[in-house]
Design a protein. Structure first.
Length: 312
């Protein structure tokens, strides 16, 4: 039953018509389940389905519309809503017990299915339902988790022009995922979807920039640095070192330099760039802290360093 639908006789009639002749109460039905899972291309992928089932009866009446436990004096039902809750709770608990036995293959009419489907050990919840809908249905709602094994074979989307994955009869493992990741990165790069630039400005406030530590930035994501461009307000000289450490080890120091022999540098110029690293440590992780230190400077009052990156 779709979420939010009214629980009434007509709804159950529509559902029950699919599986039986004639609509009778008590009845059980469930809503379309919500699923969640960790899809990581491993053998042990299980998807969890949150099942909500309703075990309901027409309050004060039997399934044949006769008064339930009639009072001869008042000609009304003497059966309380609490009794309806209790009856339907027994049905819900019995359902769970039988389901577990069937999954285990504990009878001659079933096979062990625990390799494909399991009843989760998480708690089951039973909530009362009273006078629901125009048919005044009462009973319980049973909530539980089913775990279903998920085929972890990654599909090949070559026909869509997206990517070619390694052939595999089972799951795609880590070694293959390296190939997949590289293919994906190539596509992302070609489309320009992950390219970016991080800019840092050092401003002398109208005076020539001084040497020393100028500030910090934190990376909010992991990335691969592919090059730098340095732009100044005028022709001059400057050498800038980059230090990196994680948040727990803040502050970065000279010992944490990552620039190697490729420090952003201007020598009698106002622009320069390096787009092919050989010694600059190009990998940054989410949460890394960078520090910028001016090693030497002449004439320049303001400079911008732009680091090109590909987001991971």
């Amino acid at each position: 039953m779709p979420e939010g639908d009214e629980l009434n006789y007509d709804d159950f009639k529509r559902v029950l018509t699919e599986v039986t002749t004639g609509s009778k109460f008590p009845a059980a039905a469930w809503k379309p389940p919500r699923s969640n899972g960790k899809f990581i291309a491993k053998y042990d992928e299980w998807e969890e389905y949150r099942i909500e089932m309703f075990f309901l009866n027409t309050t004060y009446y039997t399934g044949t519309t006769q008064i339930s436990k009639p009072n001869s004096g008042t000609r009304t039902s003497s059966k309380s809503v609490i009794e309806e809750w209790d009856d339907m709770k027994v049905a819900a608990v019995d359902f769970i017990r039988v389901l577990q036995l069937v999954l285990k293959g504990n009878n001659t009419d079933s096979v062990n299915m625990l390799d494909a489907i399991q009843l989760s050990s998480k708690e089951k919840f039973i909530d009362p339902v009273s006078f629901a809908g125009t048919s005044r249905l009462s009973g319980v709602r049973l909530t539980f988790i089913l775990k279903i094994f998920t085929n972890c074979l990654i599909q090949d989307y070559v026909d869509g022009g997206i990517i070619v994955l390694p052939e595999s009869d089972d799951c795609t493992f880590d070694a293959d995922l390296v190939v997949v990741r590289n293919e994906v990165l190539n596509i992302i790069r070609e489309l320009g979807l992950a390219d970016g630039s991080l800019n840092y400005v050092i401003d002398g406030g109208g005076s020539v920039i001084t040497t020393g530590l100028k500030g910090y930035i934190e990376w909010g994501f992991s990335a691969t640095i592919t090059g730098w461009t340095i732009l100044a307000d005028q022709v001059g000289d400057i050498v800038i070192d980059v230090w990196k450490d994680n948040y727990g080890n803040f502050e970065p120091t000279l010992a944490d330099t990552i620039a190697g022999s490729e420090k952003p540098t201007l020598a009698g110029a106002k622009k320069n760039q390096d787009l092919s690293f050989t010694s600059f440590s190009a990998t940054v992780l989410e949460g890394d802290i960078w520090a910028f230190n001016v090693d030497s400077v002449a004439d320049i009052k303001k400079v911008t360093i732009a680091f090109r990156f590909i987001r991971q």
